[in-house]
Design a protein around this ligand. Structure first.
Ligand code: GTP
Ligand code: SPV
Ligand code: MN
Length: 608
């Protein structure tokens, strides 16, 4: 028996929650931090933590943006690590064929060994947070224990965090315990590095007990555990059990010229355009977009039978490269207000940030690896997965409904991917089941948002491949089940569409200008819902009839438009074997209606 451990701060808990107190003690006794800090989310705390990070040269204070900081990670710790992400369900079948699995007891044994003493020489922060409004009937609480002050600062931007949360939790609220260590203990007197992390990484989820254990990485989706780990992987399991959906979707409010309001949710894989569409500035007169969320949507039926979406997040963690006054002016306005962290972008000599896509490069920069950079350098100045982290309430077009715990009733769901070929600009699903088929077979080229090869086409169902916390076959069945609607009324379900902003011509250029011009596609979607735009039936679904997509004033040749919209039966026939192979992976779990959809598609292509 070892003597009870005394850790400074451990007993200064501003809560009487017995389970929380016991868990914090248990983790402190295992990980052996030098002290424990209970976070209150205050301005003063933010200042203390950012000052300390600046002192240690982990952050650089930006002179050109108020209360904003530049961070550089270890060059090996720049993205989510899907190979090291595990769903540790009791039954391996519940993890399904798309997740890595390890038995929960075995994973806990392995990781307990790693956590043993892993916070030595560091501070353990207790970060109480809430995903979604604190005013919700059932607020969704989490508590992250982390030895990374960068994570604390980021969590303060990305989640509702601190004393209010702890108060609302009282002594008995359920919460998701989220344990995080960078896995780099310090021996007495040992100098720290700017970005501690470990070569050994585990991002583990225990869906049965609803716990998250993360080790070895300080980066984004690996370490801000309220985001992908809780709000998608664990929440998708909650949604399966309780009849709702946790999705990798933006949420936007669209107002048309006659004042009609529509709410749109859209699922695109990582780095495939959610933040940009969520903050879009329409190029067509009379149309207005307001932002509700840019990455995650929780959707459940309201008593009126409509599907309501809430954004559980409090900040934007957006891809930096490509963000510019031309492509996403609302993001630029959000960032100009300050209070932001920038990770793995470049810094200008006068203390501002810069990244590829921001117009003409300055003559000199400090790149994301801290090296001198000039326009003649061989490598980009910023990592392709460099990110801004900024409060969503700074977004100038944030919709008022953002704060409403009931969320907004969704009229349309868009699925989309990044495909050079085959997939037309926009397709309308014939009905819910067909829409689920389109989502279940969604494909996209991999991006720098995850470690691994970029540009490889893979199936990414509902843009959730790395985020479904259970068997993807069961997930498809859950989606099909949602199609019964609320109380058996499917009449009020959102209409489903499939989009692709990334189709290319033979010369490699994008056929569709994208960004603000995507408002034209949103307009067609609204007009389809209202029954005023024409469509033509094709083997894959309905596409805009000639002349029905508003291209007035658009600088686009008729040829390029036709190529962007084209349904090429040969290209689609070539996809079929890949879909068969994909579906076969799910065996009996795959809903038979999806096989029937595939059969229907084959028959229609054969007849084409
Ligand atoms: P995650 O935060 O990783 O989930 O990504 P996201 O889906 O929010 O993607 P984001 O909007 O940040 O866009 C990723 C990249 O795609 C950026 O470099 C954008 O500039 C680019 N992009 C976004 N929309 C368009 C578009 O309509 N056309 C083209 N060509 N590129 C786009
Ligand atoms: C994504 O990869 O989809 C992101 C960034 O939104 S991360 O938070 O790292 O998951
Ligand atoms: Mn994302």
């Amino acid at each position: 028996m070892s003597a009870p451990v005394t850790v400074p701060g451990l007993d200064q808990a501003p809560t009487a929650h017995p389970k929380l107190l016991a868990w914090v003690r248990e983790v402190a006794e295992l990980t052996r931090p030098d002290r424990v800090v209970w976070c209150d989310g205050s301005e003063g705390e933010w200042r203390r933590i950012t000052d300390e990070l600046v002192d240690k040269q982990v952050l650089v204070r930006l002179r050109q943006k108020p209360n904003s900081f530049w961070a550089r990670t270890d060059p090996s710790d720049v993205a989510r690590v899907e190979e090291r992400t595990f769903i540790c369900s009791a039954d391996e079948a519940d993890a399904g064929p798309t997740n890595n699995w390890m038995a929960p007891a075995e994973m806990k044994r392995v990781m307990t060994e790693l956590y043993d003493g892993s916070m030595r020489g560091r501070t353990m922060y207790v970060v109480p947070f809430c995903m979604g409004p604190l005013t919700a009937e059932q607020p969704m609480f989490g508590v992250e224990l982390t030895d990374s002050p960068y994570v604390v600062a980021s969590m303060r931007i990305m989640t509702r965090m601190g004393a209010d949360v702890l108060d609302r939790m009282g002594a008995d609220a359920t919460f998701v315990p989220c344990l995080h260590s960078v896995g780099a203990p310090l021996a007495p007197g040992q100098d720290d590095v700017a970005w501690p992390c470990s070569d050994t990484k585990y991002i583990s989820h225990f869906p049965d007990s609803r716990e998250i254990w993360s080790y070895g990485s300080g980066y984004g989706g690996n370490s801000l555990l309220g985001k992908k780990c809780f709000s998608l992987r664990i929440a998708s399991v909650m949604g399966r059990d309780e009849g709702w959906l946790a999705e990798h979707m933006l949420i936007l409010k669209l107002t048309g010229p006659s004042g009609q309001v529509k709410y749109v949710a859209a699922a695109f894989p990582s780095a495939c355009g959610k933040t940009n569409l969520a903050m879009l500035e329409p190029t067509i007169p009379g149309w207005k977009v307001e932002t509700l969320g840019d990455d995650i949507a929780w959707m459940r039926f309201g008593d009126d039978g409509r599907l309501y979406a809430v954004n559980p997040e409090f900040g934007l963690f957006g891809v930096a490269p490509g963000t510019d006054w031309k492509t996403n002016p609302n993001a630029m306005r959000t960032l100009a207000k300050g209070n932001s962290l920038f990770t793995n972008v470049a810094m200008t000599d006068d203390g501002d940030i810069w990244w590829e896509g921001m117009g003409e490069p300055p003559a000199h920069l400090t790149d994301w690896k801290g090296r001198d950079w000039t326009p003649s350098s061989d490598e980009p100045s910023s990592h392709p997965n460099s990110r801004f982290c900024t409060p969503i309430e700074q977004c100038p077009i944030l919709a008022d409904e953002y704060a409403d715990p009931r969320g907004v009733p969704i009229d349309a769901i868009l699925f989309g991917g990044r495909r050079k070929t085959t997939i037309p600009l926009v397709t309308e699903a014939r009905d819910w089941t067909h829409g689920v088929y389109l989502g279940a077979t969604l494909s996209s080229e991999t991006t720098a948002a995850a470690a691994g090869k970029v540009g490889v086409v893979r199936r990414d169902p509902m843009a959730m491949l790395p985020f479904i916390g259970y068997n993807a076959g069961d997930y498809f069945a859950h989606w099909i089940g949602m199609g019964k609607g609320y109380a058996g009324d499917p009449g009020k379900l959102p209409q489903i569409f499939y989009v692709n902003w990334f189709r290319r011509g033979d010369d490699g250029r994008f056929l569709w200008p994208g960004f603000g011009e995507n408002a034209r596609v949103l307009k067609w979607v609204v007009e389809r819902i209202e029954g005023t735009a024409a469509a033509v039936e094709t083997p894959i679904g309905r596409v805009p009839a000639p002349g029905s997509l508003d291209v007035e004033g658009l600088d686009l040749t008729a040829e390029d438009l036709a190529l962007a919209l084209r349904v090429d039966a040969d290209e689609w026939r070539a996809e079929i074997p890949q879909v068969v192979e994909w579906f076969e992976r799910f065996g009996d779990k795959l809903p038979s209606v999806l096989w029937a959809e595939l059969d229907g598609l084959k028959a229609r292509l054969d007849a084409a």
